[in-house]
Every structure is written in structure tokens, then in C-alpha cells.
Design a binder for this molecule. Structure first.
Ligand SMILES: Cc1cc2nc3c(=O)[nH]c(=O)nc-3n(C[C@H](O)[C@H](O)[C@H](O)COP(=O)(O)OP(=O)(O)OC[C@H]3O[C@@H](n4cnc5c(N)ncnc54)[C@H](O)[C@@H]3O)c2cc1C
Length: 67
């Protein structure tokens, strides 16, 4: 899509459900992970995606601190 591009690093393809990829500690969190042609204003979706990843990262660091 011209105004709302996405899908260049698709969820379920290059990134997993934790927005991680095959390189440790490298996450992708932007419109590129949207798996299908979008065509809609994505900002609200991307904000919630950032919140989702923040929770995952916070859980990971909490687990690391306990070790
Ligand atoms: C004219 C226009 C109007 C829009 N209006 C709306 C709207 O009303 N509502 C809505 O929801 N959406 C709107 N959108 C769409 C929305 O703004 C974008 O789709 C959204 O911002 C994409 O978010 P993103 O995080 O994927 O990419 P971006 O917001 O483009 O963020 C990418 C970031 O990566 C940085 N970057 C790029 N390359 C590198 C690099 N090599 N190294 C380091 N950093 C890099 C860039 O500087 C940028 O900060 C509009 C888009 C346009 C163009």
C-alpha cells in the first residue's frame, strides 16, 4: 500500500509471536510485521504492538533478574 506500507517482515514468517527473529534479542515492532496488506491507518495497532512487546521484554528481564 502506498500510504500504509507493511508486511516486509511478516509475523509468522520472519518474526515469531514474540516479535523476535532468528537473531537473539533482536525484535521488530513496526508496520513491517503486519502479515497481510493493510490499507488502514495503523498507528493505534502499532501502539498496542509496542505495548505487547514491552510486556514481553519486561517479563524477560524480570526472569533474568531472578536467575
Ligand atoms: C501522509 C500520511 C498520513 C498518515 N496519516 C495517518 C493517520 O491519520 N492515522 C494513522 O493511523 N496512520 C497514518 N499514516 C500511516 C502511519 O503514519 C504509518 O503507517 C506509521 O507511522 C508506520 O509506523 P512504523 O513504525 O512502521 O514506521 P515509521 O513511523 O515510518 O517509523 C520508522 C522509523 O524508523 C526510522 N528508520 C528508518 N530507517 C532507519 C535506519 N536505517 N536506521 C534507524 N532508523 C531508521 C525512521 O526514522 C522512523 O523513525 C499516515 C502516513 C502518511 C505518509
Amino acid at each position: 500500500m502506498a500510504v500504509h506500507p507493511g508486511g516486509t517482515v511478516r509475523l509468522g514468517d520472519i518474526v515469531d509471536q514474540n516479535l523476535g527473529c532468528r537473531y537473539p534479542n533482536l525484535h521488530v515492532c513496526d508496520a513491517s510485521v503486519i502479515p497481510e496488506p493493510w490499507g488502514l491507518p495503523p498507528t493505534l495497532t502499532l501502539l498496542t504492538l509496542a505495548r505487547y512487546l514491552a510486556r514481553i521484554l519486561a517479563q524477560g528481564s524480570a526472569t533474568a533478574e531472578r536467575k
